[in-house]
Design a protein around this ligand. Structure first.
Ligand SMILES: Nc1ncnc2c1ncn2[C@@H]1O[C@H](COP(=O)(O)OP(=O)(O)OP(=O)(O)O)[C@@H](O)[C@H]1O
Ligand SMILES: [Mg+2]
Length: 307
């Protein structure tokens, strides 16, 4: 079966600046697909081209088998879009935001009223139906934006940083709802900066950096390919990291020195930790943990802040 979203050499230029530099992506029906990457990587630019609100500069893009340049409105009718910024109508009530959005899709009034009630229950905003959007918390606005994206019963949901800025409770509620949508067969495409989110939600993901794709696979594939099984975090007294890192370098596949820690990337964390002790180094803090997607991400995109 063909991909629902198929990009080949997809490129976005803003004048001479290349924001997306010729990426190839396939998203299949029913999967949760993630775009990860640091600020400015080109995630939103890619999402906006898929969402048919930003024209493709070069390369090819097919969404639901159609070309956004020709069939933008027909594609948009089958997409749900949750942009990075909420763009809600702050003056209107929660319910009115859903009703007005639904009218763009030509839904009959009766259907729309039922749909709005269902969606408000789905994102736990029933109590707030008649509140003004301006009075909602950040988490509530995000949930309303997600509900709004579902008004037209989309086949594909595009979620640009669905949980950025949310507190842990609100994040978990959003995750829960996204998992429910996936179970109902909606294809989800999301961007995130949160590695735990990507690890939990995404079937497949790409890591973008500087407009290109630097890695691709399932979270587990990426950890296997780009990180060791375990990591030992050694907290030494400040200022001594560099010297101590040299003393333990042979105990790991790779050593990384951070301002407050030395990281040993190894297949067997306990063995490496024991060896550190046997050398009489006894760091004040030592932690053995499994590698995470965050280790992969930092390795691929670097720890240096880009902007
Ligand atoms: N309308 C625009 N005009 C000019 N440059 C733009 C425009 N939109 C984005 N850019 C630039 O393109 C690059 C990629 O931006 P984009 O918003 O796609 O990144 P992102 O991966 O979504 O980042 P973030 O994680 O911060 O949301 C950035 O350098 C940005 O400044
Ligand atoms: Mg963005």
């Amino acid at each position: 079966m063909g991909a629902l979203i198929e990009a080949r050499g997809l490129t976005k230029r803003f004048d001479s600046f290349v924001a997306v530099a010729g990426i190839d992506v396939d998203v299949f029906r029913g999967e949760v697909f993630g775009f990860l990457g640091p600020n400015g990587a080109g995630k939103s630019s890619t999402m906006r081209m898929i969402g048919c609100v930003s024209p493709v500069s070069s390369g090819t893009l097919r969404v639901l088998g159609m070309d956004p340049a020709v069939d933008g409105p027909r594609i948009r009718a089958r997409l749900g879009v949750c942009p990075q910024e909420n763009w809600l109508d702050e003056e209107l009530t929660v319910r009115e935001n859903l009703l007005i959005y639904g009218r763009y899709f030509g839904l009959p009034r009766r259907t729309l009223a039922d749909r709005a009630a269902e969606l408000l229950a789905f994102v736990q905003l029933t109590d707030k139906a008649d509140a003004q959007v301006a009075d909602l918390s950040g988490g509530m606005k995000r949930r309303l934006t997600i509900a709004r994206a579902l008004v037209n019963e989309p086949e594909i949901m595009l979620l640009d940083e669905p949980t950025t800025g949310l507190d842990p409770q609100a994040r978990h509620l959003v995750w829960d709802r996204l998992i429910q949508l996936r179970q109902e067969g909606v294809t989800l495409v999301l961007t995130t900066h949160y590695m735990d989110e990507a690890e939990q939600l995404c079937d497949r993901l790409v890591v973008m950096d500087g407009g290109t794709i630097v890695a691709e696979g399932s979270p587990l594939d990426l950890i296997r390919a780009h990180a060791t099984r375990e990591v030992v975090e050694l907290r030494f007294v400040a200022g001594r990291q560099q010297a101590l890192a040299a003393e333990v370098a042979d105990l790991a596949d790779r050593v990384e020195v951070l301002p407050d820690r030395v990281l040993l990337y190894t297949q067997d964390g306990d063995a490496a930790a024991n060896a550190v002790h046997q050398r009489g180094l006894s760091p004040p803090g030592i932690l053995v943990r499994r590698s995470s997607l965050e280790d992969v991400f930092l390795r691929l995109t670097g720890r240096t802040l880009v902007d």
